[in-house]
Design a protein around this ligand. Structure first.
Ligand SMILES: NC(=O)C1=CN([C@@H]2O[C@H](COP(=O)(O)OP(=O)(O)OC[C@H]3O[C@@H](n4cnc5c(N)ncnc54)[C@H](O)[C@@H]3O)[C@@H](O)[C@H]2O)[C@H](O)CC1
Ligand SMILES: [K+]
Length: 536
């Protein structure tokens, strides 16, 4: 049963919510707009803002106000709201929200984890501004309220929730009342998107300045509900002006649109790139054709399917005519084909087969100095000798993109404990990229694209509708088609994953992979029209 993770991130043009100041190093849709900051990077941004003259109290007041605005959008006047405050600054945000909501006429109860006297710094100051009573966690019943604000723990979470906080979290989740979480749902790691113990299930999460990886990685993405990003006065200049460059991003055209292939008016088809899809025999004709069509649709000038002679007629009969087919009976025949200097990318995998002949074809491609995408059967064959992927791209002298789902990833990298046991999907993909030297596209409802240098993007387009036969073949073809046109491998993989998800979103539930290649076209037009405002 596929878990249907509907990613409820509000499609808000980030520029509106980030409102980067005019002197930001990037334009309002620039790469820094979609940077993801770890808990530590966010704390550093916090410090940089304070050093730039924005006081911690001001940050907390703005954070609390953003939370109050989110609550006000959700409840009717006079509603009752329970604000659960923790012992730190997450709780401080909660006290600010409580005060503002009370001034707006809502009926507010505040319950605090720990003693009020134990509060320190800005949180203590904001608690003093709260005029009402402060109850203990065991004195409140979440089900008695219209809405709950979870301001227990945020970036300071350091261990699984236990004791009375675990008890109140269980009562909150059992109450089925809407929860607005401050920064992150309590119990969730902002870095990994994983909860080591009890965790709040929120309808909405209000976070500040930039998203964290945990807002986009599952199950964090589902636990957060709709993620609202509030501008609390930290600017990109403050956070990044000192030279710190984030390494994680939300996958977005701002990351790769400036590397999108551009072809001059006098371009001929070979200049638009020539991609080869290496397929198997009659057992699988549809899969390589899906990949080939996708490569054509994304702009490759020429796409050829190299298949076993027994499948030639079947391919020729299936069309479209723009896809050529060539028979290859063995590895030497493929070698000869790969020697054609006009070839600019190869896709190996869809319905390639798993026999010795297929293995020889994959080894032949490994030895060729041509950008390559290894998918499906090709990954299974590579996993037979995992050592063959160590520094694979360095040895080939050409970029490789591996597109494993979790099962294929486990077979490829399961023997590497540092990769297998990494703390998050983001780190597993990064470490696999560093190990293999390849671009890793670790697929799933929260696909991660990772570069060997640690740069990574988490994708937010698409849905469970894409968990359908052939969708992976289309993605492989999109990547190969962009590689063939000369797009750098990391950007090509990010763009393909984003397009693939967007096309799936456009087709909606019940989509079939056959419709995906054509569904790419309107999405591409919105990109190349340069109208970024509706892209988010
Ligand atoms: N970074 C920013 O721009 C802003 C952040 N704000 C808010 O501040 C919190 C982070 O606050 P912090 O005090 O560092 O930590 P928490 O409030 O999340 O945690 C409090 C405290 O709790 C202890 N603790 C940790 N784990 C547990 C546990 N499982 N059980 C019990 N106690 C635990 C630990 O000692 C923590 O220090 C951030 O999330 C924002 O909401 C600013 O208000 C706005 C700007
Ligand atoms: K929280």
């Amino acid at each position: 049963m596929i878990n249907s993770y509907a990613f409820a991130f509000k499609a808000i043009p980030l520029a509106r919510y980030c409102r980067l100041s005019d002197d930001d190093p990037m334009d309002s849709m620039g790469k820094m707009t979609v940077a993801l900051l770890t808990v530590d990077e966010m704390a550093a941004a916090d410090k940089a803002a304070i050093a730039a003259g924005v006081s911690g109290l001001t940050l907390m007041e703005r954070a609390g106000r953003a939370v109050a605005d989110a609550v006000t959008r959700r409840v009717r006047p006079g509603a009752s709201v329970l604000v659960l405050c923790g012992p730190g600054n997450n709780g401080g945000d909660g006290f600010v929200a409580a005060r503002i909501l009370s001034e707006r006429g809502l009926r507010i109860n505040v319950a605090l984890a720990g003693a009020r006297s134990a509060l320190k710094g800005d949180a203590a100051q904001m608690a003093r501004l709260w005029p009402g009573a402060v109850e203990t966690l065991d004195a409140v019943e979440p089900a008695a309220f219209d809405l709950i604000v979870d301001a227990l723990f945020g970036a300071g979470l350091s261990r699984p929730l236990a004791g009375d906080v675990a008890g109140i979290v269980a009562a909150v989740n059992a109450s089925d009342r809407p929860v607005i979480a401050v920064d992150v749902p309590s119990g969730l790691s902002g870095d990994t998107g994983v909860a080591a113990g009890p965790v709040v299930r929120a309808a909405e999460t209000v976070t500040f300045f930039r998203l964290k990886p945990g807002h986009l990685l599952q199950p964090g993405r589902s636990l957060c509900g709709v993620v609202t990003l509030a501008d609390i006065g930290i600017t990109a200049e403050m956070a990044f002006g000192g030279g710190h460059q984030p390494k994680a991003f939300r996958n977005h055209p701002a990351l790769w649109r400036d590397r999108w292939p551009v072809h001059g008016v006098d371009t001929h088809k070979y200049q638009r790139g020539s991609a080869l899809v290496v397929a198997g025999g009659l057992s699988g004709v549809g899969a390589p054709r899906l990949g080939a069509r996708a490569a054509l649709r994304v702009g490759a000038g020429l796409v050829t399917i190299a298949c076993h002679p027994e499948a030639l007629a079947a391919h020729a009969a299936r069309g479209p005519d723009a896809v050529m087919q060539r028979p290859i009976s063995d590895a030497p025949a493929l070698s000869a084909l790969l020697a054609d200097q006009r070839l600019s990318a190869v896709l190996a995998g869809p319905a390639l087969g798993l026999d010795a002949g297929a293995r020889d074809l994959v080894m032949t491609i490994l030895r060729a100095h041509i950008p390559a995408v290894f998918d499906a059967d090709a990954l299974t064959l590579l996993a037979v000798r995992p050592a063959s992927i160590l520094r694979l791209c360095e040895r080939r002298g050409a970029p490789c993109v591996l597109t494993p789902h979790e099962g294929e990833f486990a077979r490829l990298f399961g023997g590497q404990a540092a990769i297998r046991d990494a703390p998050s999907k983001l780190e597993r993909a990064r470490r696999a990229a560093a190990f293999s030297g390849c671009i890793i596209v670790l697929k799933g409802p929260d696909t991660v694209i990772a570069h060997p240098d640690g740069t990574a993007a988490i994708n937010t387009t698409g849905s469970a509708a894409l968990a359908t036969a052939g969708a992976g073949d289309v993605l492989g073809g999109l990547i190969a088609g962009l590689l063939a046109q000369g797009m750098p491998a990391f950007e090509a993989a990010c763009a393909a994953v984003w397009l693939h998800g967007r096309a799936g979103d456009a087709l909606g539930p019940g989509l079939i992979a056959d419709d995906l290649p054509e569904a790419i076209l309107p999405v591409m037009r919105s990109l190349t029209a340069g109208d970024a405002s509706d892209l988010s």
